[in-house]
Design a binder for this molecule. Structure first.
Ligand code: SF4
Length: 337
């Protein structure tokens, strides 16, 4: 049984983050996002903590000595349910469609067991949560070739799942430095992405379910976060453009939420225009919702993971944040913002 630590609200866009702790004192945080008019979006983790050490991730801290721990299906299901209902177990919205997006703590390819169980239990989840249709998304650093196993699972269970590859630099050496867990070369990862697209697009059942949630029929996308002086140089732009031109994979630039020693790049506009002109692929920019409450890819409520090494100043900062954002989700809760 999970204990709810709190629910926190982003006052700009209404996103809600629910934080739970298991009997073993492991954290699960799930974010309920309201950025799509026709569906609910839940940003969910696959792990209680992640020590893969991506340099731009707000979770990463060399002073922490914590293990990466997979979330069990049982805990996951309980957190899922408690994230979309009030304390009286009333659903917060009336949408019939739900997108479950694995973009929270952890690397989804390293907990495929959870994803497979979720696929198997989908009917139960729909009944439990009151949705008619569920779609999925995964964002992966692609540390290995488990994407082949994911492709099999998606085809076996006929689930509409969009695969987002967090590239963040097209240069292999630089990528290994930024994302130390990666074992694949960039082009090997791109070939796997194309394989996924090919296999999924062959399946009419998957594609018809997929089109109910997405405007295009492309189940793959590259994510890139531009960071000043780290991955926004001319060389990176040239190599990336050449790869995009060759592999024809759409790209989305995700606005970076700065962390110490890493700043937002000012090159986004230039990059978007250049790639659009030279590579002829779909290019989008995106500011993730829930910024105030750390709800997006690579952003978390650090306090719950870093508590043991927090300074007094950081503790005070957390308490101030808690006071500003904590809400009570009971039946009189108003979703307006
Ligand atoms: S970005 Fe994702 S995979 Fe990388 S350390 Fe953070 S949680 Fe782990």
């Amino acid at each position: 049984m999970l204990k709810k630590i709190g629910v926190f609200k982003d006052h700009q866009d209404g996103s809600l983050k629910s934080v739970f702790v298991s009997g073993e004192k492991n954290i699960i945080e799930m974010s309920f996002l309201f950025n799509k008019p026709t569906m609910d979006v839940l940003c969910v983790p696959t792990h209680h903590f992640c020590n893969l050490g991506c340099k731009m991730c707000h979770l990463t801290n060399n002073r922490l000595n914590k293990k990466m721990l997979s979330i069990s299906y049982r805990n996951f299901e309980e957190a899922l349910f408690k994230s979309v209902v009030t304390e009286e177990a009333i659903r917060l919205t009336e949408n019939k469609k739900l997108l479950i997006s694995f973009m929270g703590v952890g690397e989804p390819l390293l907990n495929l067991e959870l994803i497979e169980t979720l696929f198997k239990k989908e009917e139960k989840i729909k009944k439990l949560l009151g949705y008619e249709k569920i779609s999925y998304a995964i964002s992966t650093m692609m540390p290995n070739d488990y994407v082949l196993k994911l492709t099999e699972l998606v085809r076996q269970y006929h689930k509409p799942l969009k695969l987002h590859f967090s590239l963040h630099t097209p240069i292999d050496d630089e990528r290994r430095d930024l994302i130390p867990s990666t074992r694949l070369q960039v082009e090997e990862a791109l070939v796997l992405l194309l394989h996924y697209r090919h296999q999924i697009q062959k399946d009419e059942n998957i594609m018809s379910a997929y089109q109910e949630f997405h405007r295009t029929d492309d189940p793959i996308e590259i994510h890139y976060t531009l960071i000043k002086g780290i991955n926004d140089g001319k060389r990176e732009l040239e190599i990336l453009t050449t790869l995009l031109k060759q592999y024809k994979i759409p790209i989305k630039f995700i606005h970076f939420n700065p962390k110490s020693g890493m700043e937002v790049s000012e090159s986004e506009k230039k990059w978007v225009e250049y790639i659009q002109e030279k590579a002829d692929v779909r290019v989008k920019t995106y500011t993730p919702p829930g910024r105030e409450i750390g709800s997006s890819c690579g952003e978390f409520t650090k306090h719950y993971y870093h508590e043991e090494i927090e300074t007094e100043e950081e503790k005070e900062e957390y308490l101030k944040w808690k006071k500003e954002h904590e809400v009570v989700l009971n039946k009189s809760y108003k979703r307006q913002f």
